[in-house]
Each structure stands twice: as C-alpha cells, then as structure tokens.
Design a binder for this molecule. Structure first.
Ligand SMILES: [Zn+2]
Length: 135
C-alpha cells in the first residue's frame, strides 16, 4: 500500500498515511488541530513487503525536519550534523543503567540504615562505615 503525505493547513504539520491509491484523498485529521489535512503533491513512497531502502523514500523525518530520499540521504544528514542514531539498543542500555543505579542506591541506603542501628544512632560513624575509605 502506498504511503502518502498530507499537510495540516493550520499548523503545517505533516502526517503520513497508508491508503490504497483509490482512497488517497481520504486524508487523516491533524493530531494537533483536529482539522482535515490536505494531500501533498509529492510522489508517494511505496511501502514494500520487506523493509528495504524504500522505507525511507519520501518519509518526513520529524527529528531532522527533512523529507528523505533514502537511507543514505538520512545517514549523510545525520553525519553532517554530527548526530548519532538513538537505537533501541542505546535506549535499553540507558534503562538498564538507570535501573542498576537505582538498585545500587537502594543497597547503599540499606547499608547506611544497618550501620546507623549498629552505631546506636551515631550518624558520623554510620557514614564512615557505609563509605569506608580504602587503605
Ligand atoms: Zn494542525
């Protein structure tokens, strides 16, 4: 099914939508303004059954603010602007790190509370025991 692009007459936001060719005039409403969008005249990008380079053709990249020709086009823009891909892998790594940072913090708090009990409420001693200085 071809991928078409339409533009909001109010806010100029571009939207993409999949339609059979015969129904290409049925544009979606703008998500921001809730008004009907007008189809863009550019040639539609055909979404292939297997994702390939055509996936990028004619796609408006909101992050870059550019309608893409192909994957190379996007790579060149990313490179020229010194940008790197924020991949699923990066996002997972950040999530893992923040969870492990959180876990580490929780363990430190528990260690401090234990030390505080053992030090009979002496905070200085509890802190010293919680964060021992390496000899
Ligand atoms: Zn709008």
């Amino acid at each position: 099914m071809p991928l078409y692009e339409a533009k909001c007459p109010e806010c100029d936001t571009r939207v993409e939508y999949l339609r059979p060719h015969a129904r290409r005039a049925e544009t979606p409403a703008c998500l921001l303004c809730q008004v009907p969008t007008t189809p863009c005249v550019s040639a539609p990008a055909y979404t292939p059954s297997g994702w390939g380079d055509t996936k990028w053709a004619g796609r408006y990249d909101r992050g870059l603010g550019v309608t893409l020709k192909d994957k190379n086009h996007r790579d060149r823009i990313m490179q020229s602007r010194g940008l790197t891909e924020d991949t699923k892998y990066d996002q997972q790594n950040r999530l893992d790190k923040s969870l492990s940072d959180h876990g580490e913090h929780e363990r430190t708090v528990r260690r401090y509370e234990n030390n505080l009990r053992e030090a009979n409420g002496d905070r200085g001693l509890a802190i010293a025991n919680t964060f021992p200085v390496d000899p």
